[in-house]
Ligand binder design. Sequence first.
Ligand code: 2P0
Length: 341
Amino acid sequence: MNQSTWQSPSNIALVKYWGKKGFQLPANPSISFTLDNCFTETTLIWDDSDPDKNLVSVYVEGIENPAFVPKAEKFFNKLIELHPLLKDFRFELQTYNTFPHSSGIASSASSMSALALCCCDMLMQMDLLEIEFYRYASFLARIGSGSACRSVYGDVAMWGEHEAFPGSSDDFAIPVNEVHPVFKTYRDTILIIHEGQKSVSSTVGHGLLKNHPFAQSRFEIANRNMHRIRKIMTRGDVPLFTELVEAEAMMLHALMMTSDPNFLLMKSGTVAAIHAIRESRAEHKHNICFTLDAGANVHMLYPEEDSVFADELLNHTLVGFCEKGRYIRDNIGRGPIRLNA
Ligand code: 2P0
């Protein structure tokens, strides 16, 4: 059977990737929690019987969707460049997300990692896979979308060469195994502050770091934060985790606000949620913190033991800042699952 199906999750960065060098390489290392409920399920079907067909066709929730074809074509052209034996193959993708495409949740991380994992199955079946399966899946996912390379591993993953993480590389992500048990209990309640397309894509945002006046300082701080977070995650230092993760989110958005041209992805609800989380933490001494992706939505991160505080804060205050009262409950997850036999 010339097909493969994978379910692969999104992830949320703790130390952020923002800025590229070379071909899809990160300007600084990053680290993320792998999510669980926000995932993409993708089936890849390959066939070399009709080279006159279009290179790729994409079906989203069963309906052919040409909007996704250019990105998929770019990916498969690169794959063929790496594996010329695939040149006569044509590819069909059938895909669906558990979260709405327009919700502002990073769908490129889950969709590109799911696609990369399917491609690794295909290469394995053809005896073309010469590198460890997940490492090569991460490498291919990175070609599709940088943050996707972290989604092929469960729990915690990091991407980008860094001295505190032996075996780390700019080419692919690696799993982070030395993690205190408290972090395995972390929840991520995603407040959907704003649905719909964001005004500036991440790819454009990354590009604006090229001539950014604060780029060098940012890259130095990110490298320092990788040292800090490694220690924090090994020791289970939750208060320092809160401090670092919020500082990273603020810096990511400060970089956007100081790019040329500058842009602002936060909405008033984003700011209101940040204040509410901080005020509640000051009052109740819990460990609920926030982080932000490249968008307006707020990820409320907390250890399981703070779930009661989190639910109270959500129901009394935060839900009022969510568009149509929508939020997604997620948690740190085990990583992708192969669904074909
Ligand atoms: C991250 N983000 O580390 C950072 C933090 C968003 C904010 O990586 O151009 O979709 O496809 O490599 O990975 C979003 O950018 O960009 C991102 P491409 P990507 O998760």
